[in-house]
Design a protein around this ligand. Sequence first.
Ligand code: PHE
Length: 332
Amino acid sequence: MIDDIKEYETTALESVAAAETMIQLDEAATAALGRSGPLIEAKRQLGSLPVDDRKTVGRALNEAKARVTDAIESRRQELAEVERAGQLEAERLDLTELLGAPVTGHAHAVTQAWEELEDVFVGMGFHIAEGPEVETDWHNFDALNIPPGHPARDGFDSIYVQHGDSGATLLRTHTSPVQIRTMLAQEPPIYIVAPGRVFRRDTADATHMPVFHQIEGLVVDKGISLADLAGTMEAFTERYFGAGFSSRLRPNHFPFTEPSGEFDVQRPDGSWLELGGCGMVHPNVLRAGGIDPEEWSAFAFGFGIDRLALMKFGIGDLREFFTNDIRFLRQF
Ligand code: PHE
């Protein structure tokens, strides 16, 4: 019977080694260890052996079974590795094919408008300034002559942030706080524009988004007058929009400028586009920025970039910019 066991083991190990797939291995395992296999049959016969033989044969049987089981397990691991390698090879992406392929992406329409505005103002002698999107209440309001309780605060529909004292920190509602930060950081004369993202609790519609973009302008120098403001806006209009466009200032009110104006652009067809606000910087604002209003005077302006982009590209609805539909964005 010992010989039978040896032969059983040899046959079983051979068929395990010959298995090339998991399915073949399962078949070999069932044949070697399964209920109707020779092993179970041999065990059954053990009972009819004399006691002494039963021990020796029983041990030989168990050892053979253990070696066959080990062989099955290690073959299973080998096959698993081969299968995994095959899968990796099959699913492999050859990214080198992309090398040298044309780059099809481009800047978003709003980014294009933003960068073009920067170019025009830099060409007119302005520097680019920046400020944080999360602002202190002081920079966004107080320093701009909008003290606590001022009705203009309500008009801004601010989004406050839980940080520090309640109401002390917000997402900036306009780029005007960059005026304050610039004045505090550098000595006049100052000629800057500050493009950036701003936030208001607005419901999205064709002309409003809770997140949009503005560009702020600030000029601080000796003897700056309303005529300089009007001349700058006119020069900008011609350079940005091209010949046939002109601009006008209409009286308006902002707490941080006095006098204040609305800045409109006239299209060649005669129609008007309201672009933003402007005015002579209020003495309180200059003082908040550490600048003596007796010595220096200043003008500022601020307008929306998104609406400008709408007009430039002839788009009817602001929300289109944010849908991230590649078919839409590709057109601009
Ligand atoms: N900050 C104003 C707004 O968001 C625009 C503005 C800027 C007006 C500078 C006057 C001067 O509406």
